[in-house]
Design a protein around this ligand. Structure first.
Ligand code: SF4
Ligand code: SF4
Length: 383
């Protein structure tokens, strides 16, 4: 039996849900107090008399940001506890979320264009945040590079597969071509694996553990068949989810997987970074929760975008199935996150596909949110 929560309260001030409501029962500590009672891993009984319908709403109040786990001395993941509770008590929204993620991806841009056509005045309040989310699927006009990256030495003999994730594949293909250019510019041997499935992070958060197992097995099989190349990801949440695959691997293969799953920017070794002078005067950086304390993008962006200001907000509230189960909470979290930027900031960059979509939806026409791959380009170089 796992040792559970000591109720120390360290997680309270990092939880974006608690930051909004200031109610302890909505904080990780409060959720654990209830849910550990029905979780067999913590000695609880799933047959407890606690009615699931009554605690479902509470269990849904989580964005899966894992900030509480990072703060917890015991490294307890409340997000995982909630995912397991959802898996044991399925709800139709979880199936719908699985369909949206794994089957409807090619339709995302069309959904965005339709949402763009709907005038604000006819959108009912209850649908507003969903429509804003759909609109964010439509890409911004490309901008001229704000910074260039040039290798000062080439890498040779390293095979790299790009794990681009669902958002890039379906709604932001430009990120993929830019990432490939950078890797090729550094001299990496690109291994083409076009049919990677979803990383599974959002399926896990939704409690769709069967779906998670399917995509994980497919991705691992493709990796093995390709001769186990380095796996580069430019999305913090995808990278976080890929890291979790070690739980089902042997110690030896898990070690290799862990070593080979890296953030794209950490492969851009010894870069010469030059601002182009095309960046707006004020640019904000939203640090994705899933980088934890090891954010490989920030040093690159700080060097290329002088005056870059990091937002002080917590999680953007993307939160996987939270978008479907509680879209208003998700949107409130995004607005709160945007409040953490100085008022003059109208341009934000980040390194997570989900954060881009979420903050773009909340920012609307006032704030432009881009992935750093939208603003950083390989310099034309001969080395
Ligand atoms: S994962 Fe994030 S939103 Fe969920 S309980 Fe922990 S801190 Fe709160
Ligand atoms: S930090 Fe960990 S042990 Fe402390 S209250 Fe939060 S979940 Fe419980």
């Amino acid at each position: 039996m796992k040792r559970g929560c000591t109720q120390c309260g360290e997680c309270l001030n990092v939880c974006p849900v608690y930051a909004l409501y200031k109610r302890e029962e909505y904080a990780p500590k409060g959720k654990r107090l209830l849910l550990e009672q029905i979780d067999p891993e913590f000695g609880g009984s799933p047959d407890s008399s606690l009615p699931w319908e009554d605690i479902r709403e509470l269990a849904r109040l989580c964005a899966g940001c894992e900030r509480c786990q990072q703060a917890c001395a015991r490294k307890l993941s409340t997000s995982d506890l909630l995912a397991e509770a959802r898996a044991r008590n399925p709800h139709w929204t979880q199936t719908l979320w699985d369909v949206w993620i794994r089957r409807a991806g090619p339709l995302w841009p069309m959904a965005g264009k339709i949402a763009m056509l709907a005038p604000d005045s006819v959108i009912p309040g209850v649908l507003r945040s969903s429509v804003e989310t759909a609109r964010a699927l439509v890409d911004l006009e490309p901008c001229e590079p704000w910074m260039t990256l040039r290798p000062t030495r080439k890498v040779s003999g390293v095979r790299v597969a790009l794990f681009s994730g669902c958002t890039a594949k379906n709604a932001r293909p430009r990120w993929i071509s830019n990432a490939r250019q950078l890797l090729a510019g550094w001299g990496y041997d690109l291994v083409d694996i076009a049919d990677f499935a979803c990383c599974g992070g959002t399926l896990h958060h939704a409690g769709q553990l069967g779906a998670l197992a399917e995509v994980r097995e497919r991705n691992l099989e493709l990796w093995r068949k390709a001769g186990k190349p380095v796996m580069a990801s430019f999305c913090a949440s995808c990278k976080h989810s890929l890291d979790s695959y070690t739980a089902v691997l042997s110690a030896e293969e898990g070690k290799e997987w862990k070593q080979k799953c890296v953030g794209l920017s950490s492969l851009l070794v010894e870069p010469q970074i030059n601002p182009t002078g095309k960046a707006p005067a004020a640019v904000g950086y939203h640090q994705p929760c899933h980088w934890g304390t090891a954010d490989p993008d920030l040093p690159l962006l700080t060097a290329g975008l002088p005056g870059l200001k990091k937002g002080t907000g917590l999680c953007c509230g993307m939160g996987g199935i939270l978008k479907m189960s509680n879209p208003d909470l998700s949107a409130d979290m995004a607005r709160k996150c945007l409040e953490g930027f100085a008022p003059e900031i109208r341009h934000i960059v980040t390194g997570c596909s989900g954060c881009v979509m979420q903050l773009a939806a909340a920012g609307g026409k006032d704030v432009q949110v881009r992935h750093w791959l939208d603003v950083a380009a390989l310099a034309n170089s001969r080395i």
